[in-house]
Write a protein that binds this ligand. Structure first.
Ligand SMILES: Nc1ncnc2c1ncn2[C@@H]1O[C@H](COP(=O)(O)OP(=O)(O)O)[C@@H](O)[C@H]1O
Ligand SMILES: [Mg+2]
Length: 194
């Protein structure tokens, strides 16, 4: 029997043996047709991107309209362990770099969407907001989201985490992406001020 293991903002996650079923449930506060379009497009997006990232994401087993069957990754959420093990961020950085070299941006790069598997590999999950992009800007925004997530959830280790992340993060145009990150963050700060 399938057992519920998580209920996020978007979806219910059931686990059955070595697979999970991610079901995007209707949101009553959204207009019915818009809601259905959104759930369908995010499901499709997640399926497409997962298939392009073997070893980084879990394996896709079956794709329905608003439901995906995905390999269950046994391990620990980075959210629970990164503060105590900041050097794990190097592995996060490496995987992020590989993903960006494939011109894929995750769109929600937080430590709730990363699992350290039993082989001590970092795996990313939750690709509903991801996209294919060649833009330096979009890759920089991915880094910005990660950095913000670290600031809020792993505050006491944020410096070590960011340093380790940057050691592992080595995409082809690292320099441009990091320069753009500076701009993205300056923009954010100005917005806060005014
Ligand atoms: N493939 C998976 N293997 C193991 N656990 C998973 C997997 N996918 C999701 N989970 C668990 O379910 C939670 C929510 O899944 P996620 O895909 O992030 O959905 P949401 O869009 O609701 O955030 C995750 O934080 C994780 O604990
Ligand atoms: Mg999530």
């Amino acid at each position: 029997m399938a057992k519920e293991i998580a209920r996020g903002a978007e979806a219910i996650i059931l686990k059955e043996k070595s697979r999970i079923i991610k079901n995007r449930i209707p949101k009553n506060y959204r207009h019915k047709e818009i809601d259905e379009k959104l759930r369908t497009s995010r499901t499709k997006r997640e399926a497409t991107i997962i298939s392009k990232l073997p070893g980084i994401s879990p394996e896709l087993i079956r794709a329905g309209k608003t439901e995906l069957e995905i390999e269950y990754i046994d391990g620990q959420l980075l959210r629970e362990i990164l503060t105590q093990n900041p050097l794990l961020a190097k592995k996060i950085g490496r995987k992020t770099g590989i993903m960006h070299d494939k011109n894929i941006v995750h769109g929600d790069l937080t430590t709730s969407n990363m699992i350290l598997d039993k082989k001590k590999q970092v795996r990313f999950i939750d690709f509903g907001l991801s996209s294919i992009s060649y833009k330096t800007e979009d890759k920089a925004v991915d880094l910005h989201l990660f950095r913000e997530a670290v600031e809020s959830k792993h505050y006491t280790a944020k410096k070590e985490i960011w340093k380790a992340f940057l050691e592992g993060y080595n995409p082809k145009n690292k320099k441009e992406i990091l320069e753009r990150l500076e701009k993205v963050e300056k923009r954010g700060k100005n917005k806060q001020k005014y």
